[in-house]
Design a protein around this ligand. Structure first.
Ligand code: GDP
Ligand code: MN
Length: 379
């Protein structure tokens, strides 16, 4: 789950990472009230889960109340790279002296968290990497030992940050690492990490991604979930406990087991089709789970055909067939289905389907044939 800047900053503040004071707002009136409270000059910032807000005009400095009002009115409702601004963050303005870049991420190759620091902040990481790859210094952290204070100072020294801020920058890295671990984050990015004219070190921006699978132990963070920004099918699937990922094609896919579903996506693509989703109904899927999954797949209007690819191990093909029959009874789909049932109780499953004579359901015996058929039917 990606957090908005102000939500990330709330987590930062909880773990002692210095951030400017600020308040979120959803209306112009709220924004003006927040600005009055914070004092001028302040900054009005669009809250959308995407970077580059500054360049897009979503971040404006307000010297007084009337400017705060003008900026809040202009930014609310603004479109930033496809996202509409519904929330603002009003923050005390900072006097910028230097802009650095800091991040804590997982290095999956090294199987360790990694801290990164560059003295070239304020621009995209990609731009930093391109302009001066040497400028980004990295450090792997042993998760059992944790982040040591000397490591922060060494990283700051290696990155070439100004001598007078080596200690506070190092200390901020240690606190970012604390935040990363304590909040079960997957990514923390501070760009820019600011040195103010008073030589204070603060996080001026926050990009935080939390691990969805750990949200059950962070009920306060779970409230950050922005339902309106989530894909409607993914949200529906999550509520039903299904493993579902939206894709941009038109062929709905259902399989059992992540590996089989991945292969199915590949075979459909090989046959010239474009999958609309990944949906793993899981091992041992009962009829009810199948009905529920069909509802999620068909709630996507882009879907013009559906492929069921089931390999029965623990899952019994007759249960899947029953689920499909029930789904047809409840939903009466208007798009064609191609079904491949193989493995445990496949004969019984196919017999049930034949007996039910569902309209527009085609059975195929191999995965490739099924994929070719569904691509043809999807048009
Ligand atoms: P992003 O464009 O979405 O990454 O948003 P940021 O929060 O990183 O802000 C973009 C840029 O706006 C920063 O790099 C700063 O240069 C500028 N900015 C943001 N807040 C302030 C502030 O309080 N004072 C000043 N002078 N500039 C700011
Ligand atoms: Mn930024």
């Amino acid at each position: 789950m990606d957090l908005l800047e102000y939500q990330g900053k709330q987590l930062f503040a909880r773990h002692g990472v210095p951030v400017p004071s600020g308040a979120p707002a959803t209306t112009v009136e709220e924004a003006v009230a927040a600005a009055d409270e914070i004092g001028y000059p302040c900054v009005v910032k669009a809250q959308v889960q995407i970077g580059g807000r500054g360049k897009a005009g979503g971040i404006k400095l307000a010297a007084n109340r009337s400017e705060a009002e003008t900026h809040a009115a202009a930014i609310l409702g603004m479109d930033i790279r496809g996202l509409t601004v519904h929330e603002l963050y009003v923050e005390k303005a900072s006097q910028i002296d230097e802009e650095y870049y800091a991040a804590v991420v997982f290095d999956r190759g090294a199987k360790k968290p990694m801290a990164m620091l560059s003295r070239m902040g304020g621009m995209d990481v990609e731009a930093i990497a391109e302009k001066d790859p040497e400028a980004m210094v990295k450090l792997h952290v042993d998760p059992l030992i944790g982040f040591q204070d000397f490591q922060g100072r060494r990283l700051a020294f290696e990155a070439g940050v100004a001598a007078d801020v080596i200690r506070p920058v190092g200390a901020m890295l240690a606190k970012l690492y604390d935040t990363f671990v304590a909040e079960d984050a997957m990514l923390l990015e501070v760009n820019p990490l600011l040195v103010t004219e008073a030589r204070e070190v603060v996080a001026l921006d926050a990009k935080v991604t939390l691990d969805d699978n750990a949200l059950y132990r962070h009920l306060d963070s779970a409230e950050f979930r922005n339902l309106s920004a989530e894909d409607p099918q993914e949200r529906m699937a999550k509520e039903r406990g299904l493993t579902y990922v939206s894709l941009d094609g038109n062929i709905g896919i259902l399989g059992n087991g992540a590996g089989l579903v991945m292969s199915t996506l590949d075979v459909v693509a090989q046959a010239g089709g474009r999958p609309a989703n990944f949906l793993d109904a899981g091992g041992g899927s009962k009829a009810e789970a199948i009905t529920s999954a069909v509802e999620v797949i068909l709630s996507n209007d882009d879907v013009t055909a559906v492929l069921f690819n089931i390999f029965g191990g623990i899952t019994r093909c007759d249960e899947v067939a029953k689920g499909l029959i029930e789904a047809f009874r409840q939903i009466e789909p208007t798009v064609p289905f191609v079904v491949r049932l193989d493995g445990t109780n496949d004969k019984e499953g196919r017999a049930l389907l034949a007996e039910a004579a569902l309209p527009n359901v085609h059975t195929e015996s191999t995965m490739l044939e099924a994929a070719e058929r569904v691509v043809e039917l999807a048009g």
